[in-house]
Design a protein around this ligand. Structure first.
Ligand SMILES: *Cc1c(COP(=O)(O)O)cnc(C)c1O
Length: 402
C-alpha cells in the first residue's frame, strides 16, 4: 500500500477553498483603509453574538485578551483567587494572573477531561472557609478570597455547567467560561430543560480565533461574549486604552483590538462553522466506532447532555509515547494536549503545588494523544489513521489486549 501522509492539522485546504472570499476582504480593506475597528468588526460581532445566543460580543486581539478582559470586567480584583483546572493551555492561567488574580486548581473528571463538579464541591466545602461579609470562600491553603470560577470547555466539549452554576450561586462566585476550544458546542441544562450554547452560560466567556481553532482567523483574534451590557461596555474600553471617546480615558486599558481584516475573514468563515462542526462530529463518531473495540485505548466520552464540536479528538493509551513515534514513522501527525499539567510547570512553582495534588490530571497527561481532526479530513485519510493506530498497537505488541 502506498503511504499517504496525514497531517495533524491542515490549514491550507479550507483557506484555498475560500480564497476568493478571503481575498475580497483584504481588497475591501485596502480600498477603504479600514484596518482597525469600523463596520467589519461591528458586523462580525453582531453575527458571532447571534451564533452564540448572547446579547453582546466584543472582538479583541486574542483569546488570552478576551479571557483577561472578561475576568477584569466581571469583577475579579488584584489579589483574589480564581478557580480553574490544571489540564488546560497556559493562556487560561496567564489571563487570570494578568487580570491580577491567582490561579487555584481543582482536578478534572477522568471521562470528560473537564472540571469535576464533585471535586469542586469538595474543594469549596472542605478546603475553604467562608468570608462572612461577602459569602465567598477563602482558601485555607493560601488564605485568599476566591472570586471566580473559570470552567474550560476543553477539546470542544462543555463542562457540566448545572452543578457549577449552582455551587457558584451558593458561594457568590462569578463564572467566566473559557470557550476558546468550543465555538458552537452545546450543553443540555437539566435545570432549565434546554440546550445552551458555549459562551452564553457564564457571566462572560472568552473565545479564541487562533488559526487552528474551530473558527480561526488568518492571524490573531478573539472575542468576549456576554449577556451583561456593563461587562460588554467595560471590555470595549479595556480593548481600546480605556477610552469611551477618542483621547478621553475613563480607565487605563490595553491595546487589544480586533482588526478589520481579521473580522471580515472571520465573518466569511462563520457562515461555514455549523457545517464544519457537524463534519467534525461525524469524523469523531467514525473514529470512535472504529477504535472502540481496542481495550487498551479509550475513546472520547460524550455525555447525553453534551454536543461536542471536537476541536480535538483525544484518545488515551497506556504507551502514548511509543504510539506517537510509530504513527509519526507512518506519516501520521498527532499532538498532546497537554503534556505537562499547569501545576507542574516551572512558571507556576511559586503557587506551591506538588506532584500528586491532582492525580487525574497527572495520569491522563501521560496517556492522552490527539489524532488528526479537521473538517476536511477525508474518509480515506481517516482510514489511514485508523489503520496506522491498529498497526502501531500490533507493533507495540498490544494487540493481544484487543
Ligand atoms: C487557544 C486557547 C486560549 C488562548 O487563545 P489565544 O487566541 O491563543 O490567545 C485560551 N484557552 C484555551 C483553552 C485555548 O485553547
Amino acid at each position: 500500500m502506498d503511504q499517504i501522509d496525514v497531517p495533524f492539522l491542515d490549514l491550507v485546504r479550507p483557506h484555498v477553498e475560500m480564497q476568493e472570499q478571503l481575498a475580497a476582504v483584504f481588497h475591501h480593506a485596502l480600498h477603504t483603509a479600514g484596518f482597525i475597528g469600523g463596520k467589519p468588526v461591528q458586523d462580525f460581532e453582531g453575527a458571532f453574538a447571534k451564533f452564540c445566543d448572547v446579547g453582546h460580543c466584543v472582538g479583541v486581539g486574542s483569546g488570552t485578551d478576551a479571557l483577561r478582559f472578561a475576568l477584569m470586567a466581571a469583577g475579579v480584583r488584584p489579589g483574589e483567587s480564581v478557580i480553574t483546572v490544571p489540564n488546560t493551555f497556559i493562556a487560561t492561567t496567564e489571563a487570570i494572573t494578568q487580570a491580577g488574580g491567582i490561579p487555584e486548581f481543582v482536578d478534572i473528571d477522568e471521562r470528560t477531561y473537564n472540571i469535576d463538579p464533585e471535586k469542586l464541591r469538595e474543594y469549596l466545602e472542605l478546603k475553604c472557609e467562608r468570608d462572612a461579609a461577602s459569602g465567598r470562600p477563602v482558601s485555607r491553603r493560601t488564605g485568599r478570597k476566591i472570586t471566580a470560577i473559570v470552567p474550560v470547555h476543553l477539546y470542544g466539549q462543555m463542562a457540566d455547567m448545572d452543578p457549577i452554576l449552582k455551587l457558584a450561586e451558593s458561594y457568590n462566585l462569578l463564572v467566566i467560561e473559557d470557550a476558546c476550544q468550543a465555538h458552537g458546542a452545546q450543553y443540555f441544562s437539566r435545570q432549565e430543560q434546554g440546550w445552551r450554547k458555549a459562551g452564553s452560560v457564564g457571566k462572560a466567556a472568552a473565545f479564541s480565533f487562533y488559526p487552528g481553532k474551530n473558527l480561526g482567523a488568518c492571524g490573531e483574534a478573539g472575542a468576549v461574549t456576554t449577556n451583561n451590557p456593563e461587562v460588554a461596555e467595560i471590555c470595549r474600553k479595556l480593548r481600546d486604552h480605556g477610552q469611551a471617546a477618542k483621547y478621553y480615558h475613563d480607565i487605563e486599558g490595553y491595546n487589544g483590538r480586533l482588526d478589520a481584516i481579521q473580522a471580515g475573514i472571520l465573518h466569511a468563515k462563520l457562515n461555514y462553522l455549523s457545517d464544519w462542526n457537524e463534519q467534525r462530529r461525524q469524523i469523531a463518531q467514525c473514529y470512535s466506532e472504529q477504535l472502540r473495540d481496542i481495550h487498551s485505548l479509550i475513546v472520547p466520552f460524550e455525555p447525553p447532555w453534551s454536543r461536542a464540536v471536537y476541536h480535538l479528538y483525544v484518545v488515551q493509551f497506556p504507551d502514548r509515547q511509543e504510539m506517537q513515534n510509530i504513527l509519526k514513522a507512518l506519516g501520521i501527525g498527532t499532538g498532546i494536549h497537554y503534556p505537562v499539567p499547569l501545576h507542574q510547570q516551572s512558571a507556576y512553582a511559586a503557587l506551591g503545588y506538588r506532584g500528586g495534588d491532582f492525580p487525574v490530571t497527572e495520569q491522563v497527561a501521560t496517556r492522552i494523544l490527539s489524532l488528526p481532526m479537521y473538517p476536511q479530513l477525508s474518509a480515506s485519510e481517516q482510514d489511514t489513521v485508523v489503520g496506522a493506530v491498529r498497526e502501531s498497537l500490533a507493533t507495540a505488541g498490544s494487540l493481544s489486549s484487543v
